[in-house]
Design a protein around this ligand. Sequence first.
Ligand SMILES: Nc1ncnc2c1ncn2[C@@H]1O[C@H](COP(=O)(O)OP(=O)(O)O)[C@@H](O)[C@H]1O
Ligand SMILES: [Mg+2]
Length: 356
Amino acid sequence: MAGLKLDRATKDFGGPPVVDGVTLDIADGEFIAVLGPSGCGKTTILRLVAGFERLGGGSIAIGDRAVSGPGLHVPPEDRRVGVVFQSYALWPHMDVAGNVAYPLRVAGVGDDEMRRRVGQALETVGLSGLGARRPADLSGGQRQRVALARCLVMEPSLVLLDEPLANLDTHLRGAMQREFDEYHRRTGTTMLYITHDQAEAMALADRVAVMSQGRLVQLAPPSRLYREPATRMVAEFIGQASVLDCDVLSAAEPGQAHARVLGIDCVLRAAPGEAPRRAAAACLRPEDIAFAPAAPGAGHATLRRVTYRGGSFALEAAPDAAPDATLRLVAPEPCALEPGARVSLGIRDGWIIPAA
Ligand SMILES: Nc1ncnc2c1ncn2[C@@H]1O[C@H](COP(=O)(O)OP(=O)(O)O)[C@@H](O)[C@H]1O
Ligand SMILES: [Mg+2]
């Protein structure tokens, strides 16, 4: 088992950096999700850690051992890192046991030891008894488990997973998420799990590293990302948010400030030291905003969309004070409001996004 440290890791492919000064300190046994939109550099980070790419600048250490840095590049096979790709990358002509045994064979492990470890890895992923099947005769979920078993059989100190569930349907994704979670609990292996799916990241990870355009924007536990996003990008990428202009008026209790949003005076959560300023931004979650039907011509906002979510409705409204902004609200079922309805608003809670 090993932690992982990236220190100002940088990589370009001849153009601007696609990984841009990323510093990450992951504790031994932590489950970290790397989350961000397509093209933000997630896979490149994984390939740098695995040793498939050479670092342009900075350094990487696995456990106590420097593996990438100026003049240093430990080859992938000497890093004790297991990798699971989205595409599974199984050998079609080998059966399941053969696929799982492959890295052991390459490493020159003897037959008895190999059989024992393959059996154990297949049991870990719930595939005992399917060792003689070909990948073509397995479901997508089973193939992904073979890929996971092939990674685990090497007893890696660090497991890297690149969108391992992106090809599976929703139900199977949920089941596989539980298996990753259980595997992590049972073994305490350090996991770096790449995904563009924020719900998956939030469900699995101890901490989530949010990336944008090659940079690490925030590294925090899921609830902190949701409640205290460091930037507007994080606020909008994680969960549902209304990001609204806000005037910070004065400090309240520690961690809170008096503010005015949409012309409404309220008390919002704020970073320590948040000072009065104009043109700040506030992140309000749907549950932070109270609303009630208002008479035509009264109230604060007009409903634009009403979407049924099963048990609740997601509402979008245009506030009078900022007609171009979108307010995201949630209403329990039943809900009689329709697009065009007027509503009055109350602000219960929210977070002042720190100044850049
Ligand atoms: N081998 C490569 N050569 C040139 N550009 C690359 C290479 N690999 C990745 N890129 C570019 O780097 C950026 C980040 O890619 P990637 O790490 O795959 O993003 P993500 O996994 O977040 O979708 C993209 O713009 C991609 O086109
Ligand atoms: Mg990728």
